[in-house]
Ligand binder design. Sequence first.
Ligand SMILES: Cc1cc2nc3c(=O)[nH]c(=O)nc-3n(C[C@H](O)[C@H](O)[C@H](O)COP(=O)(O)OP(=O)(O)OC[C@H]3O[C@@H](n4cnc5c(N)ncnc54)[C@H](O)[C@@H]3O)c2cc1C
Length: 473
Amino acid sequence: MTDPSSREVSEALAARVGAAHVLTDPRDTAPYFTDWTGRAEGRALCVCRPGSVAEVSEVLRYCSGHGIPVFPQGGNTSSVAGGIPGPEGKGVLLSLSRLARVDSVDTDTNCLIAGAGCTLEQVRAAAEAAGRLFPLTLASQGSCQIGGNVSTNEGGTAVLRYGNTRDLVLGLEMVLADGRVWNGLRSLRKDNSGYDMKSLFVGAEGTLGIVTRVALKLFPPTPARAMAFAALPSPAAAVTLLGRLRSEFGQDVDAAELFSGPQLDIIARHVPGVALPFAPLPDWAVMIDIQCARDDPTERLHALLAELLDSGLLLDAVPALGGAQAEAFWKIRHGVSEANRRHGLNFTHDIAVPISAVPEVIARCEDALARHWPEATPHTVAHLGDGNVHFTAIFPPERLEEPGNPARLGGEVAQVVHDIAVALGGSFAAEHGIGQRYRASLRRYKSEIELEMFRSLKAAFDPQDILNPGKLL
Ligand SMILES: Cc1cc2nc3c(=O)[nH]c(=O)nc-3n(C[C@H](O)[C@H](O)[C@H](O)COP(=O)(O)OP(=O)(O)OC[C@H]3O[C@@H](n4cnc5c(N)ncnc54)[C@H](O)[C@@H]3O)c2cc1C
């Protein structure tokens, strides 16, 4: 059997999803083939935009029948070039954007069922309209899609309280590599009837199947809220602060986000309308968000901050005076990725260590950067309560001009940072996944037996290797 031509593939897919939903003109396909950082680009025969589960199934049936690779894409906000194809130009980019309907919100079961193409913002708004909370939240929520969040086991800024996306998924509907549809769209809190298949698909980065619908856990809203920014001398002081917050507020600590002073400075320079709470900037700061279902935590938070200021643990503290300032504080946190991108040549890392090791991992990374690349500057933001540190090295732009860069330089820095995290009992990929960017690190740090289990799973679900080849494995 000869491979079908590019035109034959487009025509076959058009017969299944409608000609208007198969894109081949480079002006239409370009946004799908470039990642949001603008640093990675791929190619495919066409972009195919099915409008129903049945159409996704038909597309997969056709592609598997002809051995054609399929690259699933949600909102294309992956930080690891996971949502774009490789450079080969073979295969079909499968956009799930048209599966964008919220099917149901059940406030007795506390379960929401939505199509994979719903944006995270859409899901959150549907929950809110029904008097419930879907707690997953991150800066890209207006663009990223719930199918992408599931496929990357998204973290975000509320993991401390609600867990990762895996903890929020009750069930999934999946289209398998050969086009068969698995309906695992359950809303059960308890189900020990064999292997937990949905957990396998969460975080699989589109390499084991296509997510078409999701059943998600909802929570009661937490309208009583207090926020503050605290200035501290060190990450070690921040870890002590987190311990005190948890003793006082238990699970009501919604977020504790650590910033280095230079990282705050970059946000102020590049995100319009951001007002920083401190001048001059401290070396370190923690943004605290306490949320409760009923009792207003404001007075208790202020009393705790006053005590910690007296004890010398904090250098300064600025409480949010109402909802508008709370929003302004979150604007600072959500400005990080965009600000770093605008600032220039930067390499961000997504490492995790035990919380007690956060000060050590930051110190070691800063020290290694100063020794190996004195021309670079370190910037840190961390989901402190998850031990998840985004350590960013920013280089002068002229390093871009060197042959092979930024990929070569990025790879060298990543190896040094990842070695440090792994040596401290940590992970080199906490929440963004592997994508195309961290495949070398996967091979470097995973044991042979773990890689063997990965390969066995991949072979069982996708024997032809057509689902998102070049990602993860
Ligand atoms: C400004 C900004 C801030 C961010 N902040 C965070 C953060 O705080 N925490 C964090 O973890 N990440 C963060 N990210 C990264 C990104 O938003 C998440 O990884 C998000 O979950 C990706 O969703 P997406 O729909 O854009 O997926 P895409 O980028 O389109 O795809 C991501 C991966 O999922 C696969 N995929 C997508 N949809 C499906 C589907 N329906 N079925 C099967 N596979 C699929 C793709 O093939 C790819 O492997 C941020 C990104 C940006 C731009």
